[in-house]
Design a protein around this ligand. Structure first.
Ligand SMILES: CCCCCCCC/C=C\C=C\CC(=O)SCCNC(=O)CCNC(=O)[C@H](O)C(C)(C)COP(=O)(O)OP(=O)(O)OC[C@H]1O[C@@H](n2cnc3c(N)ncnc32)[C@H](O)[C@@H]1OP(=O)(O)O
Length: 263
């Protein structure tokens, strides 16, 4: 993977007071520990500055995020793996449970953890193209954690979520629109950001405390479930990493990604 040039995230506030959080870990914004830590810090900053809303996007021209960095799971240092997993849990709790308005401008592929980040926002606009979005864990021989599943069930009907999760379904932009996995499509990133802003402006006349408490109450179930089971969830993740069969599957998957990239 290319050496990192520049900061892993960019957090800017536009003239309307909307925070734009851009992931910047080329080539595919795979979520390693350092990127997750930076996303977490940015979410803290948005909350601390009482910014009314945030749009999550990517600096890549074709990938929103490739999901978790597989190298964090392949033959890992277990201490680092534990910190990696708890940092991912923290990011999800901060984003899914945020009081400010959130939207994702999905300007490219969004598999697995990339799909999770976008589903944790309140609104999704995806750029048209040959991009796909979904939770593909079962195709890798992995069981998506319960909070990944909960987030999908919070986004699309449970019947569709069960079918998508068990079949590792990756949705095209049109399919995602049809099932409600995304709310709108856009012609390019600028259009996606504009559409996210239009969504955010819908709340101009809604009292912000009522909006925030309503959001947090409707999201309370999945949040409480993870908060109560955090240690067990982490133990399951570490147990999964110690399984030789899983390590073998990850090795094969890494090889297939590298072969595809070399073509
Ligand atoms: C019983 C209860 C058990 C509970 C246990 C809990 C277990 C849960 C564990 C894990 C959960 C995991 C969720 C995840 O997020 S796993 C990650 C899944 N992600 C993917 O499968 C996506 C893989 N990537 C792609 O499909 C493509 O890269 C794509 C995003 C579509 C972009 O395609 P393209 O632009 O053509 O880029 P390349 O494929 O050429 O890739 C460029 C280089 O980037 C490397 N790469 C890609 N994805 C990843 C990744 N996720 N992690 C690390 N590295 C990645 C790829 O190998 C290329 O590298 P190189 O240039 O060195 O060859």
């Amino acid at each position: 993977m290319a050496a990192q040039a520049g900061p892993l995230v960019d957090l800017s506030i536009d003239n309307d007071g909307i925070a734009i959080l851009t992931m910047n870990r080329p080539p595919v914004n795979s979520l390693n520990l350092e990127l997750l830590e930076e996303i977490g810090k940015s979410l803290d900053e948005v909350a601390k500055n009482k910014t009314k809303s945030m749009i999550l996007t990517s600096s890549s021209p074709s990938v929103f995020s490739a999901g978790l960095d597989i190298m964090e799971m392949y033959k890992p240092d277990l201490k680092r793996a534990e910190i990696f997993w708890t940092t991912l849990q923290d990011v999800w709790i901060k984003l899914f449970g945020s009081s400010y308005i959130t939207a994702a401008a999905i300007n490219g592929h969004a598999p697995a953890g990339g799909c999770l980040l976008s589903m944790s926002c309140e609104y999704r606009v995806m750029v048209e193209g040959k991009y796909t979005i979904g939770l593909n864990e079962t195709a890798l021989g992995i069981v998506a954690p319960t909070w990944f599943m909960d987030t999908m069930c919070h986004t699309i009907p449970i019947r569709q979520a069960e079918y998508a999760l068990t079949t590792a379904r990756m949705f095209t932009v049109d399919e995602a629109l049809q099932v409600g996995l995304i709310d709108e499509s856009a012609s390019d990133k600028a259009d996606a950001i504009d559409k996210c802003k239009k969504f955010i402006r819908k709340f101009d006349k809604i009292p912000s405390l009522a909006r925030a408490v309503t959001k947090q109450k409707i999201r309370e179930g999945p949040l409480v479930r993870l908060q109560k089971n955090r240690q067990q969830d982490t133990a399951e993740f570490l147990g999964f990493l110690k399984n030789p069969k899983i390590q073998q599957s990850l090795e094969m998957y890494i090889q297939s990604l590298k072969q595809k990239a070399a073509k």
